[in-house]
Design a protein. Structure first.
Ligand code: PLP
Ligand code: CA
Length: 304
């Protein structure tokens, strides 16, 4: 191992890097926006890349919205040229996985927000109805007979009863166990943190004694979705830009893409350097090839 990676790049170096790439993959939160606020300069960067003929796609582990809502969010924040086909969310990719990869026949028990359920419905995948059983307990609640998969995403209405039902479904070895993502937590603008769906998946992994198949970053599946929907996707000509080492940078490594860490989100330079000094190959997969302070640094690459 050497000191490859973590190279801080600016204007001309960014320009040279972009010249070798025709696909730009952007993580969303922490890269192009933070919550409901666009990162300064991100709109101009995204628009410039699209205008220069680059293929731009967005890969987000946030499973709470259907893609349609993302189009509205992009618009609201000023990214007016982004289309549905450019958005790859962990909820959309979960629906593709259930429909096209495992071809699930039966119902899916979903722990997640309405947006996740909507995305599955759009793909024609039946979900177990959330019944109103105000007084039901784990001893007497109804269990659906034909549940062939449990899918865990972000759920701000998580309950012990949902966890209990999911663990019962997973007793059946033919029932698949999927997670939209395993993000541990997310920063909130207030300085507080939001527990991520990884924390819910972990609870169910313990209760069921099973391991979930992960759909979102760092799993390769999202890249397979992109490759199957665009023609001529060559990993060597793709650039993955993200803010979290354990998801975005590892995703890039897993898919053979060059990676850029931007410092407007979760991970900072010190953490990246620590991984870069590690002797473990698994740690070194988290090291970004390049680092920028903010996506706005890309603007300097467009001057002249
Ligand atoms: N999941 C949830 C529920 C979130 O709130 C966030 C970020 O705010 C994410 C996932 C991470 O999204 P991304 O992959 O775009 O950083
Ligand atoms: Ca992010």
């Amino acid at each position: 191992f050497g000191l490859k990676g973590c190279q801080k790049i600016r204007g001309p170096q960014i320009r040279n890097l972009l010249a070798t790439k025709d696909f730009i993959l952007f993580d969303c939160d922490g890269v192009i926006w933070n919550g409901e606020t666009a990162i300064t300069g991100a709109v101009a960067v995204v628009n410039s890349l699209i205008r220069r003929g680059k293929n731009v796609v967005f890969v987000t582990n946030n499973s709470t919205r259907p893609r349609e809502n993302y189009v509205h969010k992009f618009c609201r924040l000023g990214f007016t040229d982004v289309m549905l086909e450019q958005i790859f969310s962990s909820s959309y990719c979960s629906a593709l996985y259930l429909r096209d990869v495992v071809k699930v026949c039966g119902q899916v028990f979903v722990i997640g927000c309405d947006g996740l359920r909507r995305e599955l419905q759009e793909a024609g995948i039946p979900c177990v109805e959330e019944t109103d059983e105000p007084n039901a307990t784990i001893f007497d609640c109804a269990l659906a007979p034909d549940v062939k998969a449990v899918l865990v995403g972000h759920d701000d209405k998580m309950t012990f009863l949902k966890l209990a039902k999911a663990s019962c479904y997973l007793r059946d070895p033919d029932c698949l166990f999927l997670a939209t993502d395993t993000d541990p937590w997310h920063p909130l603008s207030s300085g507080r943190i939001l527990p991520g769906s990884g924390s819910l998946t972990a609870a169910l992994e313990v209760a069921s004694g099973r391991k979930a198949t992960v759909i979102g970053k760092p799993s390769r599946f999202m890249f397979e979705c992109i490759s199957s929907q665009f023609s001529g996707v060559d990993p060597a000509q793709c650039l993955m830009i993200g803010d979290r080492l354990q998801t975005d940078m590892l995703f890039g490594s897993n898919c053979g893409l060059d990676t850029v860490l931007t410092l407007t989100g979760v991970s900072q330079m010190e953490e990246a350097q620590e991984y870069s000094n590690s002797e473990l190959t698994s740690d070194r997969s988290l090291v970004p090839d390049y680092v920028v302070d903010t996506i706005a640094d890309f603007l300097l690459a467009f001057d002249e």
